[in-house]
Write a protein that binds this ligand. Structure first.
Ligand SMILES: [Zn+2]
Ligand SMILES: [Zn+2]
Ligand SMILES: [Zn+2]
Length: 195
């Protein structure tokens, strides 16, 4: 197969979530090599797709509902199958590290990994290290400028008309981000909002 099916689930408070289906072409030199596809897919999710999977709603922390800045990404892959697949769980969180909300998500991830066939008890989670003193942008903020002022409840963000996923504060921001986002936008097949 020349494409991988990526199903991404983004979770916010009170069972709210977004379900995104992505059909991404596998680089030609990797096709048929499940280990290569696996590590390429992990990086694709964490770096290439990360802004689109984070900045798409007025997300609060899944556990405490405070404005979310952190995202816990867990990607499970089945790259050895005739049709390679990946499932991505994105948990919007107020804070990472020792924070009880983050600890609750880590425990939940471990439980899910233990119950998912083919994954085993170890969650295949990669962590984006955050340097000391750095604050990540609000998940609710504009996908381009990521300013806090664009992530307030009264900010009027508009979605990309094609994928209906990412949000921008202005036409300028959408135009500026287009060279980056278009690489992902065209592979987003469906977006479903729940609650
Ligand atoms: Zn929290
Ligand atoms: Zn903006
Ligand atoms: Zn788009």
């Amino acid at each position: 197969m020349s494409e991988i099916i990526i199903e991404a689930f983004g979770y916010g408070p009170r069972e709210s979530r977004v379900e995104v289906s992505i059909l991404y072409p596998i680089p030609e030199n990797m096709r048929g090599n499940s280990n290569l596809i696996k590590s390429w897919c992990m990086d694709l999710v964490l770096f290439t797709l990360q802004p689109d999977l984070k900045h798409n709603g007025s997300w609060g922390c899944e556990i405490c509902s405070k404005p979310a800045r952190e995202t816990n990404f867990t990607t499970a892959t089945w790259t050895h199958l005739p049709q390679p697949r990946a499932v991505v769980y994105i948990h919007h969180l107020c804070e990472a590290g020792e924070n009880p909300c983050n600890q609750a998500i880590i425990a939940q991830n471990q439980m899910m990994a233990a119950m998912t066939p083919g994954i085993g008890p170890q969650a295949p989670a990669k962590i984006r290290e955050k340097p000391e003193g750095v604050e990540f942008p609000l998940s609710a903020s504009c996908c381009n400028c990521k300013k806090d002022s664009t992530g307030t409840p009264d900010a009027r963000l508009r979605r990309c008309a094609r994928c209906k996923l990412v949000r921008y504060c202005s036409t300028e921001c959408q135009v500026t981000d287009w060279p980056r986002h278009k690489q992902n936008c065209k592979h987003i097949k469906s977006v479903k909002w729940v609650n």
